[in-house]
Design a protein around this ligand. Structure first.
Ligand code: C2E
Ligand code: MG
Ligand code: MG
Ligand code: MG
Length: 287
């Protein structure tokens, strides 16, 4: 009886695996269509300069407007894109869309700096620099208005290649930032060798757990100091409260982003948000 139960369990397990694999294959096919079919959309999250609290930039974050499942967050489809070699075509679409939007905003009197996320796989294909230049050439966005983000974990996967491409991007005027800084497993030596202009301090450090303010502050201060010594600015990610924004200012972070400031939003709404704020600073305590 025990044996039979075991066999059943195995059978159930393989059935689950098959449906999961089939589901992923279906999603991959749909995603391939979606990239061609303009079903992807970008939402934009404001980035504030500190301590002035002026909105100087945005981060473009991809979503999938799925015909049946609604608006899907990146966690629902990026893993499938990675498995099915769709990250590079996806990034090409994102680059074109985001740079085009940045040009439109600039023409409307809103010259925002736009950040785009790039995957490790795109770095390893070797077409990244060309894809970035193609997007700039196609839309006419000045390179100084574009930032390319790569996560610390992706940097660690091939630090030498990342460093070479960072250098090339910066030579062409595009800024480069290390995303989720402080959450990966790269060595400090690797990070110090990386020619990045911005360190995005991971929200696990910025949104410190209750009762760990002093340790979190020390960690953020250390990243700010490291950045300063390497000529990089630091950005506090995932700022969720007025206290966290105050801490980021006190500790000398140059930039901040997070739900306390604004959630990612569709482009029309972002334009309204920026226009409504004008140059009026958002006081850290919301006063
Ligand atoms: P990320 O690049 O670190 O982007 C920040 C993520 O944190 C976004 O989630 C954003 O909505 C969320 N976030 C911002 N402020 C806060 C906050 O105060 N609290 C909390 N809890 N979360 C906050 P999202 O849009 O779901 O994106 C998740 C990740 O997916 C991104 O992390 C990025 O790694 C990846 N991603 C998004 N768009 C793209 C893309 O176009 N290409 C690639 N390769 N990756 C992308
Ligand atoms: Mg990012
Ligand atoms: Mg991040
Ligand atoms: Mg992240």
């Amino acid at each position: 009886a025990a044996k039979a139960a075991g066999r059943n369990r195995v059978r159930l397990f393989t059935a689950d695996l098959r449906t999961a694999a089939q589901r992923r294959a279906t999603v991959a096919n749909e995603l391939r269509e979606a990239i061609l079919d303009e079903q992807l959309v970008l939402h934009y999250q404001p980035v504030l300069r500190l301590p002035s609290l002026r909105c100087t930039g945005v981060e473009a974050l991809v979503r999938w407007q799925h015909p049946k499942r609604g608006l899907l967050p990146p966690s629902e489809f990026l893993p499938v894109a990675v498995q099915h070699d769709l990250m590079t075509p996806l990034a090409r679409w994102v680059l074109r869309e985001a740079t085009g939007q940045a040009v439109a905003w600039t023409r409307a009197g809103m010259p925002l700096i736009t950040s785009v996320n790039i995957s490790a796989s795109h770095f390893s294909t070797g077409t990244l620099v060309r894809d970035v230049r193609d997007a700039l050439a196609a839309t006419g966005l000045p390179p100084e208005q574009l930032v390319v983000e790569l996560t610390e974990t992706s940097v660690a996967q091939d630090a030498e290649r990342a460093a070479a491409q960072f250098a090339e991007l910066r030579l062409s005027g595009v800024e480069v930032s290390i995303d989720d800084f402080g959450s990966g497993f790269s060595s400090l030596a690797q990070l110090v060798a990386m020619p990045a202009g911005i360190l995005k301090i991971d929200r696990s450090l910025v949104a410190y757990p209750e009762g760990r303010r002093s340790k979190a502050a020390a960690a953020v201060a250390a990243v700010v100091a490291l950045g300063r010594a390497c000529g990089a600015r630091s950005l506090a990610e995932g700022v969720e409260t007025a206290e966290q924004l105050e801490m980021a200012i006190e500790l000398g972070c140059h930039l901040a982003q997070g739900f306390h400031i604004a959630r990612p939003m569709p482009p029309e709404q972002l334009a309204e948000w920026v226009a409504a704020r004008g140059d009026r600073p958002l006081t850290p305590s919301g006063r």
